[in-house]
Design a protein around this ligand. Sequence first.
Ligand code: FE2
Ligand code: FE2
Length: 329
Amino acid sequence: MSIKNIRLEVMQTIEKEIDGYMEKYLIPPEKIWQPTDFLPDAQGENFFDEVHQIREEAKEIGYDLWVVLVGDTITEEALPTYESWLMDVEGIDQHGKNGWSKWVRHWTGEENRHGDVLNKYLYLSGRVNMREIEITTQHMINDGFDIGTANDPYRNFVYTSFQELATNISHKRVGQLAKKQGNGLLGKMCNMIAGDEMRHHLAYREFVKTILKYDPSEMMLAFEDMMRKKIVMPAQFVRESGEAIGTAFENFSNAAQRIGVYTTHDYIDILRKLNAYWEIDKLNDLTDTAKKARDYVMKLPDRMARIADRVAIPEDITRFKWVEANGML
Ligand SMILES: [Fe+2]
Ligand SMILES: [Fe+2]
């Protein structure tokens, strides 16, 4: 059987359990939090007082944190790109309405709330240039992305296992910083988002773990390939109005590293966690090339840690069109 056919068979086998996975890792619309639970109720009498409070608290937030918050929001708002990407993955069939496409739709439904709540918060805060943010979001959706997975389910699930944990970490840290800077509401919102990302991470890492049982060598090779390419964050494709792709991400990423929201050490940590959960070191029933891939991935965290210590993060704040200078520092 060809490599492609085996992947399809594995996907079909896991698909039989998809309802169980959905019940365990996703939450139905009526039971899950909605953006309105945290934002001022526009139908309520206290709406203007609540908006006023948001605007007052927002004055305490520093420049880098705004940049990171906006970057995170834009990343969440590019959701159409992720859904269309996943729908194209081998074994996920939206026309046949199979279980996997149902998973992707429900996952999308949960994710959609993240950009929604953050966007509304940014708008109400009165501290950012919404038009520039909107232009950036539209550019990002127009540009699309290439995360190096092609339509291979194995590579895609490595990517999502990694990425969901990365977003969990960054939303959680933004929340902690916001709370520390006197913004309890934003802190709570980010924490709730981080909780969703964690559930998604747990699901995707489970899919990979299950695939490792059925097709260990191919899964191992897919994991190695993704780690050699490095996991590219969706925000890597962000650009400000009129700018090229690349510069904005570097500056955004530096801001995130400066305030400790998401660093190279977090990347390495995620890799260690995945290696441990997937028990990569215990995989023995592998082809010779897959054994080499296993050894490469096992050694990678230490190798990366040695390099990371030598890289210095620029101390100077970079200005973005999203966040204007007025009284922000
Ligand atoms: Fe999200
Ligand atoms: Fe997510």
